[in-house]
Design a protein around this ligand. Structure first.
Ligand code: HEC
Length: 153
């Protein structure tokens, strides 16, 4: 009994202590000149899907829901953002070379088609991250058209 109580207390204490270790927020707050929408004429409905489902991890501005204030959830989110931005940053798309842009566009279409993005852990917590078939189709068709036109250049 005493051991159980001690263990519970230790778990509780750890939980309280880790709350003080807060990751830095991903919020530049600035409009980026190299943003995806500055590089391409992205239709409003396509952009709205990307913004809702992808920008939290693939841009310099994340919307933070309440539960990310609780650790270790905030840490997980920070890790996803860091890794996600390394692979693809919509705010910095304009700084990519032509080849990289094409490969990223194809990557976006593939990830959405296969349902690999957004990450499943994100979809559990974010309703707006669960894309309908018509939303997927809309984005994939436009992305493919854009990638094809770049290849034709
Ligand atoms: C919860 C955070 C999160 C969200 C939301 C998210 N991603 Fe990602 N994305 C990641 C992470 C993390 C990686 C890096 C994966 C890895 O390293 O295995 C990644 C990688 C990628 C890649 C590169 C994959 C590769 O192998 O080249 C593409 C493309 C991508 N995401 C597209 C999207 C699109 C499109 C959306 C929206 C429909 C989206 N992501 C939403 C976190 C996220």
């Amino acid at each position: 009994m005493r051991l159980i109580r001690k263990t519970l207390l230790a778990v509780l204490l750890t939980f309280v202590i880790i709350q003080f270790i807060r990751p830095a927020r991903n919020r530049s707050g600035q409009a980026s000149a190299a943003d995806f929408t500055k590089v391409y004429q992205v239709p409003v409905d396509v952009q709205s899907v990307l913004q809702k489902a992808c920008y939290d991890c693939h841009s310099n501005n994340t919307r933070y829901p309440w539960y990310t204030n609780i650790q270790p959830m905030g840490w997980m989110m920070a890790r996803h953002i860091k890794k996600g931005k390394e692979q693809l940053n919509f705010n910095e798309f304009g700084s990519y070379t032509g080849r990289r842009r094409i490969s990223k566009l194809k990557g976006i279409a593939n990830q959405i088609r296969d349902g690999d993005m957004p990450l499943w852990s994100y979809k559990i917590m974010h309703k707006q991250g669960r894309l309908s078939d018509s939303q997927k189709k809309l984005v994939i068709e436009w992305i493919n058209k854009t990638a094809d036109s770049l290849l034709a250049d």
